[in-house]
Design a protein around this ligand. Structure first.
Ligand code: CU
Length: 125
């Protein structure tokens, strides 16, 4: 768990920054008794130098993770349990997955199996 926390804090900071940047100057249109929930922030994983960066990412349920291949070589994003699987991504191609179920999702590049990564999805508060 100590390992996960190192990635959790920056994600929280990024989420709060985005919320502030998008904060409207007007009062949100909410009805009495209705609670608005902040949308889960998206997060990005780069594929660079034959590695996923960061290799481990912790997000909350509902978050969409975007992978982008920055290498000149094609890579894929394929979960170990086949929950998700991208086509081959050429340079600057992206692939996105929305995570609606808590869990630990380990994935690899099917072309270069030494390239591994993990997405940890935690339940919403
Ligand atoms: Cu690869």
């Amino acid at each position: 768990m100590k390992h996960n926390m190192t990635f959790f804090a920056p994600i929280l900071l990024a989420a709060s920054f985005a919320a502030n940047a998008d904060a409207p100057a007007v009062t949100p249109n909410t009805k009495p008794g209705v609670t608005t929930t902040a949308a889960a922030a998206d997060t990005s994983v780069s594929i660079k130098n034959f590695a996923f960066a960061p290799t481990a990412t912790t997000v909350t349920v509902g978050t969409t993770v975007h992978w982008k291949n920055l290498d000149g070589e094609p890579h894929t994003v394929r979960s170990i349990d086949a929950t998700f699987r991208s086509d081959a991504l050429d340079q600057n191609d992206s692939y996105s997955v929305k995570f609606d179920q808590p869990g630990t999702y380990k994935y690899v590049c099917s072309i270069h199996p030494q390239m591994v990564g993990t997405i940890v999805v935690t339940a919403a508060h």
